[in-house]
Structures are given as structure tokens and as C-alpha cells.
Design a protein around this ligand. Structure first.
Ligand code: NAD
Ligand code: FES
Length: 280
């Protein structure tokens, strides 16, 4: 059992749980994730490790409550526990060792961009982050990222920071030159737009993909993605890939495949209902 040590509401539907998992806290690297199961018979949910404290033996999980299982997970309170946490899973982030990196986080994807920026900064790389949310209350991890380098905040409605999508700020920064690599995490249209911006300039771009995951071991095929014309499984081959080679059309298409099942699970509410499917 993994005790919940702290719970923080980051935005209207995004919650941070700091959870006891000493072995994972010690060995996890940027870009890796875990699969959690709240209790017996519950759905397996893949979640990025947004941060860790090896001394306290805790990891930070950031959860967007979008379906039945994630709502149940964020309903847990400090003192309660998560039954299973498997990980760390996936390949660690490809961390450059010098130069200037741009980390772009869209909405809840900012929680995934945070450990990447952390690893880059700790390795001596200059980090600039661009983070975005629908409005001020949806902007997360700003304070943490400001400790690692410059941060540009964007909101769709202009209620905080710059008005507009993260891609508008990114276009200006890229045009100014000096950026050696871009890491982008967020909604698929955002990652696709970032890749389209950096491709003509030949700036290497890493995106973190979050297709549907079931087993997290490369066995079920649920997290299949197409990169450079080849099939990969995001759970074991990713979750980070070359953004210039990702088939974003297929990714967007597969994300909508089980929407009907999700709606059924959302409206069902019965204990043990297993038609809810996993999203990071
Ligand atoms: P959102 O829809 O509120 O968008 C967040 C920000 O992304 C916006 O403020 C904007 O700056 C940018 N953005 C959105 N659409 C864009 C577009 N078409 N072009 C350019 N920029 C755009 O995001 P949210 O609801 O917080 O995030 C949810 C999405 O993030 C889900 O689709 C989820 O699957 C995905 N997600 C991805 C990962 C990952 O590892 N890739 C992890 C967690 C969540
Ligand atoms: Fe089953 Fe990746 S989650 S193959």
C-alpha cells in the first residue's frame, strides 16, 4: 500500500497527490511514469511522475479528473492509500548536456514538462519554459518552473500572462534563435503545432505521447503509435518520441476510439464497472 502524504488542487480539474513510494522516488528519471491501481479490481491508470523526494520517499502524481477512475483517485485523501504503483516505466528523457532548451507545457501537460526541465537544469542546460492554460486558474507548475529558468505564461483568454496559445510565444522565441532543442507536452493539436513550427528550422523536437494504455508492458498493443512509418508502443518504446516523425493524425484518431465506452463508464458509476479506459 502507498500512503497519500499530501493532496493539492492545482487547477479546477487537476490534483497533485504526493504518495509514499520510496524505491520509485530513488530511481525514477525524467520522462518516466507509473501505472497505479487504486484498489482491488480498479482500473490501471498511467501517470507521469511529476516530481520526487528521495529523502522523504515520495513521488508526485498529477491527475486530471476526466473520467470515473481518475475522479475516484483524486477523491482519496491524505491518510488513505493507493494499493499498487508499478514503475518507473518507459524510457527516461533524452537530456542534452549543453545549450539552451525550450520546454513547452500545455495545460496538464505542464506537469510532464516539469521533470524534463528539472533534469535539463540540473545538468547545466539553460531552460526556458512556455506554459499555457485556458485561463489563469488552469496554469500549473509556474512556481516550480521559475526555479529552473525563465518562464513565459500564456492563457487562451488573456486573464494571466500573454493572451494566446503557447505556440504563438514559441514562434517568437524560435525566431529569435539560440534554441537547440524543444520538448513539448500537452494536447495533441498543441504538440502537432509545435512540431510544425520547429520542423522548417530543423530544431530537434521531443514530444511526450499519452495514447491509451492498458498493461504498460508492451503486450496489449493499446498504446500503439506510428513514428517515422514504424509502429512503436508508447509504454515501452516511449513515451517520448521525435515530434517531427510522429503520425499525429493516427494518434488523435486513436484517442477518440473509446470515447463511447468512457461516457458509459462515467454515467454508470457502479462499483466494479470496467468499461472505463486509461488515460494519462
Ligand atoms: P487544454 O486543452 O486546456 O490546452 C492547454 C494549452 O495548450 C492551451 O492553453 C494552449 O496554450 C495549448 N493548446 C491547446 N490547443 C492548441 C492548439 N490547437 N494549438 C496550439 N496550442 C494549443 O489542455 P488540458 O485540458 O489541460 O490538457 C489536456 C490534454 O493534454 C489532453 O488531451 C491530454 O490527453 C493531454 N495530456 C498529454 C500528456 C502527454 O504526456 N502528452 C500528459 C497529460 C495530458
Ligand atoms: Fe499495452 Fe503499451 S499499454 S502495449
Amino acid at each position: 500500500m502507498h500512503a497519500i502524504i499530501a493532496k493539492t488542487q492545482l487547477s479546477p480539474n487537476v490534483t497533485r497527490l504526493d504518495v509514499c513510494a520510496p524505491r520509485i522516488a530513488e530511481i525514477r528519471q525524467a520522462g518516466q511514469f507509473v501505472i497505479v491501481r487504486r484498489g482491488e479490481g480498479a482500473e490501471r491508470i498511467p501517470l507521469t511522475i511529476a516530481d520526487s523526494d528521495p529523502v522523504a520517499g515520495t513521488i508526485a502524481l498529477v491527475i486530471q479528473a476526466v473520467g470515473k477512475s481518475t475522479r475516484e483517485l483524486v477523491a482519496l485523501e491524505p491518510g488513505q492509500a493507493i494499493q499498487d504503483i508499478a514503475g518507473p516505466l518507459g524510457h527516461p528523457t533524452e537530456v542534452i548536456r549543453q545549450g539552451h532548451a525550450l520546454c513547452i507545457g500545455g495545460g496538464v501537460g505542464t506537469a510532464v514538462a516539469h521533470p524534463i526541465a528539472q533534469a535539463l537544469s540540473r545538468g547545466g542546460v539553460q531552460v526556458t519554459s512556455i506554459i499555457g492554460g485556458r485561463s489563469k486558474e488552469w496554469v500549473i507548475f509556474e512556481t516550480e518552473l521559475r526555479q529552473l529558468g525563465a518562464v513565459v505564461v500564456c492563457t487562451d483568454d488573456g486573464s494571466y500572462g500573454r493572451k494566446g496559445f503557447v505556440t504563438q510565444a514559441a514562434a517568437e522565441l524560435l525566431a529569435a534563435g539560440g534554441i537547440g532543442i524543444v520538448y513539448a507536452v500537452g494536447p495533441v493539436p498543441m504538440m502537432r503545432a509545435v512540431a510544425a513550427l520547429t520542423r522548417p528550422a530543423g530544431v530537434r523536437t521531443i514530444v511526450s505521447l499519452n495514447p491509451l494504455m492498458v498493461d504498460g508492458t508492451g503486450m496489449c498493443g493499446g498504446c500503439r503509435v506510428n513514428v517515422g512509418g514504424k509502429v512503436f508502443f508508447a509504454c515501452v518504446d516511449g513515451p517520448e518520441f521525435d515530434g517531427h516523425a510522429v503520425d499525429f493524425d493516427l494518434l488523435a484518431d486513436r484517442q477518440t476510439t473509446y470515447r463511447e465506452f468512457e461516457q458509459t463508464a462515467n454515467s454508470c458509476g457502479a462499483d466494479g464497472c470496467r468499461v472505463g479506459l486509461n488515460h494519462r
